[in-house]
Ligand binder design. Structure first.
Ligand SMILES: Nc1nc2c(c(=O)[nH]1)N[C@H]1C(S)=C(S)[C@@H](COP(=O)(O)O)O[C@H]1N2
Ligand SMILES: [Mo]
Length: 334
């Protein structure tokens, strides 16, 4: 994102998958019920894998077991249309797998997501190396349909499946000294062509961070799935952050380490271009990127004749986070 404003979306009207591909709730319940009962998949699921190349059976067991009791549409985006699955999984930023929007879909399949471990350390009462399965044990799944606004000027609406970050923080017991949370993405050069290529702008691992009160905000979310299924690798499997009021680069993918710290962590994009990408990165139409305006966004999918440009909203429309930034100069703290 440092280098250029991306060319127009590669999405074309012809790529837009029929609405049926994001399963209706009722169809979905039928699928998950059948999975739970070990029955043959109904037609809807077969259609999904045919159109999208996704095999729903690839989900780990813990995910399949939690799915039937997921709380659907716990948060919605009102009447805003959900981005088709095809676009959300083929127009991605995940530099570990390459810098073109299609690279993650082409290359992230190589990432081995099972088994997966997450180190929790720093200012916590319960540090340790957790298997993802153990980490997930206390948490039910809920669906949250969030807007995602990339700093590059495009946006999507994605139905995530996961649980609040606040629940995980409670689980690991931050100490009284903890003031920030630092997140790290996996580095596996043999599975990540973007890391291998020596793309030198990024000093791997990809690192992100939050103030502890931001991390504890009820909207901050850890996702393990989307569109009623397990997360595809290109979207940050098996565990990624989703912070709907911040620019997309804060929503770090494929997390292997979560550290509670006293000092503000140095984040990847701040390290590369501190005048362009700040620590806070709250969506704000009045604070332009030094090289482009942030007043508007292209809601994907668009087309040459229907670019779908809409106004950008402060905090991406999530006004409930405003109290986190009371008295702060949002221009100085971009
Ligand atoms: N590890 C890692 N996390 C990352 C990125 C990345 O390059 N590496 N890109 C970020 C950016 S710029 C965006 S916009 C979102 C995109 O998420 P999506 O591909 O699931 O839509 O992921 C974010 N998380
Ligand atoms: Mo982004």
């Amino acid at each position: 994102m440092l280098i250029k404003i991306p060319a127009a979306s590669r999405s074309h009207e012809s790529d837009v998958t029929p609405e049926s591909l994001y399963l209706s709730r009722r169809a979905f319940m039928a699928v998950s019920g059948a999975l739970a009962a070990g029955l043959a998949l109904p037609v809807t699921a077969a259609e999904i894998s045919r159109y999208e190349g996704v095999d729903p059976a690839k989900a780990p067991q813990w995910f399949t077991e939690k799915l039937p009791s997921a709380q659907w549409q716990a948060i919605t985006a009102g009447d805003e249309a959900t981005t088709p699955y095809r676009d959300a999984t083929h127009y991605n930023n995940f530099y570990e797998f390459g810098t073109d929007k299609g690279d993650p879909a082409s290359n992230a399949g190589a990432l081995q997501t099972e088994p997966w471990q997450v180190v929790v350390d720093g200012e916590v009462g319960k540090p340790g190396t957790y298997s993802l399965e153990d980490l997930m044990k206390p948490h039910g799944l809920e669906e949250r349909i969030y807007r995602l606004r990339c700093v590059e000027g495009w946006s999507m609406v994605i139905p995530w499946l996961g649980f609040p970050l606040a629940e995980l923080l409670k689980q690991v017991e931050p100490s009284a000294q903890a003031r920030y949370v630092r997140f790290e993405t996996r580095v596996a050069p043999e599975q990540m062509p973007g890391v291998r290529s020596g793309f030198t702008l990024v000093n791997w691992p990809y690192v992100e961070g939050l103030r502890l009160d931001e991390a504890a905000h009820p909207l901050a979310f850890l996702a393990v799935g989307m569109y009623g299924r397990v997360l595809p690798n290109q979207n940050g499997a098996p565990l990624r952050l989703v912070l709907p009021w911040k620019y997309g680069f804060k929503s770090i993918k494929s997390i292997v380490r979560i550290s509670l710290t006293r000092e503000r962590p140095k984040t990847t994009w701040e390290g590369i271009a501190p005048d362009e990408y700040g620590f806070y990165a709250n969506v704000n139409p009045q604070v332009d990127h030094p090289r482009w305006s942030q007043a508007k966004e292209r809601r994907l999918p668009g087309s040459l004749f229907r670019p779908n440009v809409i106004p950008t909203r402060l905090f991406n429309g999530y006004d409930e986070v405003a109290s986190l930034y009371g008295g702060m100069d949002l221009k100085a703290n971009y």
